[in-house]
Every structure is written in C-alpha cells, then in structure tokens.
Design a protein. Sequence first.
Length: 221
Amino acid sequence: MKKITVAILRFAYCTWHGALIVSLAAAVVLLGLQFANCCLGDLVPWPKEVHLAIVFATVANFGVAIIVSLCSRKWWRAIGQSMLCFAAFIGVAFLEFISHCIPTRMTSPPSREWTSANICLPAAIAYERLAFIGGLSQRENIAVFVVTRDSIDKSRFSAGSPWTGRSGDKATAHYRNIMKACRIDVSLTDDTKFFWRSGNGMSIITIIEANGKTYLVHEQL
C-alpha cells in the first residue's frame, strides 16, 4: 500500500502531466456517477456541491505540483504544469457544466435563506409550514414541499397550471413526472387542483391540492 501511495504521489507531482491526468480522471469518474444516478436511480446519493469542490480541488492541486517542481529546480516542468493548469481548468469546467445540467435527486433541502427569499416571500407562506420532500438538482432546479397547517391564501395565485393554462391531463402528467423523477410517492388523480404564480426571477411556484394534502412545487426556468 505504501509503495502504491508513493507511486501515485510521484506520478502526480514529479511528472509534467500527472496533475492533469488526476484532474481529468476525477472529473470523468464523478461525471459518470452523475450519469449513473440519473439513468439508474440513486446508486450513490451524491451532492453536486461536494462533486464540484472535489474536482476543482484537483485543479488547485496544480499549485502543489508547480511548487514541487520549482523546489526541485525543474523549471521546464514547472512551466509545462502552469500551461496545463489552464487547459485542465477549461476541460474540467466543461465537464462540470455537463454534470450541473444532469438531473439527479436532491440529497438535501434548499437552505432556509434561499427558501425564504424564493418561496416564502412571494407565496406568503411561513418557512415553518414547508416540509421538503424531494427535488431535482439540475440546471433548472425543482424543489417539492408539503404545506402543513391551515390553508394557503390563494389570492396571490392564479387558478390552473402554468403549462396548460388550466387544470387538466397535461398539467397532471407534468407534475406526475416531477414526482416520479424526485422519487416522491405521491399519486395525483385526474381531479387534482392547481394554482400558480411567478416566483423571484425566472421561476414558477405551483400549489397542488391532491389526496387531502397540499404540495408546493418550485421550478426554476
């Protein structure tokens, strides 16, 4: 094990291309995990924030490799590593953009600050009344909540669905697909009621009344 560790460290820090291979390998492996979670379900529930932090840490690792080269007076290797660091940043940024767009299940609820600003304020619903039950982490995130206690003031909402202009099969199918993608066990009947309004920025807040419960779906556009 010690020999393997030493060999890896030598490859990463004592070759002109080692840090580049480490960066791209990490990005490709984690991108593959995102694809697997999207296509096959949550094989390993994995927050994309951690994903991004790990990959860009490997790019920052170029700094260590350059310092090692300078300390060893390997001037040309240090120059080559400096040039490859820029190339690695471009390549990793491209792969991480693809990963960011891949829809995978949210592993944790949005922050209280985000929820308060983007949902509670425009919908006039107290934060304590929202119970997060699932969501999709993608370029246009989707978050789903159960609204607890009391009824909602629907004077801020328009009746119907933003996707069809009214309640109906298309609206029901749209939100059934969201519930399925988020792995939320909620059955929406054909007589489900919808109410919607615009959120902050490019987003839509939809209230869904079904099965005696009230759900809230926030969709970024």
